[in-house]
Design a binder for this molecule. Structure first.
Ligand code: ZN
Ligand code: FE
Length: 243
C-alpha cells in the first residue's frame, strides 16, 4: 500500500486542529494535541474507539488541555518532548530529535522544531508522508516566536522544507485565510501565491478546512518558508506581528 498512515483533521476550540492518525493495515490509532477531550473522543469513537498513542507537540493549553481525560478514557500512552517534560502532562514516553514512535506497523520520526516554544517538536511519518508540525509551520505562515529566536525558527523551517514535496502539512490552527492576507502583502508578485490564496478563500467560504496542505505548494507560496536567511525571516515575522 502506498499510503499507510492517514491523517484526519479534528476541528477543536475556536481555530485549532487536533489530528487523528491511523496506521491503516493494523488499525493502530494516535491523536495529536487533543486539547478538547469531548470533540476528540467523538472522533476516536467514530473511527472505531481505539487509541494507542497521544502525541504532543508543545506545552500550550490549546494543545494539551484534554490530554489527561483522553488518556483516562482510552488508556493511551502519552508521547512528548523530554526537553519540555516539566511543562507537559505526565509523559509515558519522553522523546528527543532522532527518536521514533511506533504506531502499529508505522514509524514516526521526532523532529526538534523550536521557535514558537523552546521545546516544540514535530512528528513525520514517512510511509504516509504525514507531518504534524502544530505551531511551527502553518499553511502560508509560521508560528509566533513566543520563546525561541528567529534563528531557531529558521533552522526548524529548513528541516521541514527538506522533507519530500508531497508531504502533507498537518498544522495546529486554521489560520490560513489571515495568513494569506499577509503573504500576498509580503509577496505581491507571486502568481502561484495569488492562485493559492484564492483557493483558500473559496474553501473557507464553503466552510471547508484549508489543511492539510502539500509541502511542495508551501515551498512555492509560503513567505516564511521562502525566507532566504535568518534576517529575512526575522523581518517577516516582525512585520506579520503588527500587520
Ligand atoms: Zn502554541
Ligand atoms: Fe496553538
Amino acid at each position: 500500500m502506498a499510503f499507510m498512515v492517514t491523517a484526519q483533521a479534528i476541528p477543536i476550540l475556536s481555530d485549532n486542529y487536533a489530528w487523528l492518525l491511523r496506521d491503516e493495515p493494523s488499525g493502530a490509532t494516535a491523536v495529536v494535541d487533543p486539547a478538547d477531550a469531548a470533540a476528540v473522543s467523538r472522533a476516536i469513537d467514530a473511527a472505531g474507539g481505539r487509541l494507542d498513542l497521544i502525541l504532543l507537540t508543545h506545552h500550550h493549553d490549546d494543545h494539551i488541555a484534554g490530554v489527561n481525560a483522553v488518556r483516562a478514557r482510552y488508556g493511551a500512552r502519552v508521547v512528548g518532548a523530554a526537553a519540555d517534560a516539566r511543562r507537559l502532562p505526565k509523559l509515558d514516553v519522553a522523546v528527543r530529535e532522532g527518536d521514533t514512535v511506533t504506531l502499529g506497523g508505522a514509524e514516526g520520526q521526532v523532529i526538534d522544531t523550536p521557535g514558537h516554544t523552546i521545546g516544540h517538536i514535530s512528528f513525520y511519518f514517512p510511509n504516509g508522508h504525514v507531518l504534524l508540525c502544530a505551531d511551527t509551520l502553518f499553511s502560508l505562515g509560521c508560528g509566533r516566536l513566543l520563546e525561541g529566536t528567529p534563528a531557531d525558527m529558521f533552522a526548524s523551517l529548513r528541516k521541514l522544507a527538506a522533507l519530500p514535496p508531497d508531504t502533507l502539512v498537518c498544522c495546529g490552527h486554521e489560520y490560513t485565510e489571515s495568513n494569506a492576507r499577509f503573504a500576498v502583502h509580503a509577496d505581491p508578485d507571486n502568481v502561484a501565491l495569488a492562485a493559492f490564496a484564492a483557493g483558500v478563500r473559496a474553501a473557507r467560504q464553503a466552510g471547508r478546512p484549508t489543511v492539510p496542505s502539500r509541502l511542495g505548494d508551501e515551498l512555492a507560496v509560503n513567505p516564511f518558508l521562502r525566507a532566504p536567511d535568518v534576517a529575512a525571516l526575522a523581518k517577516l515575522r516582525a512585520a506579520k506581528d503588527t500587520f
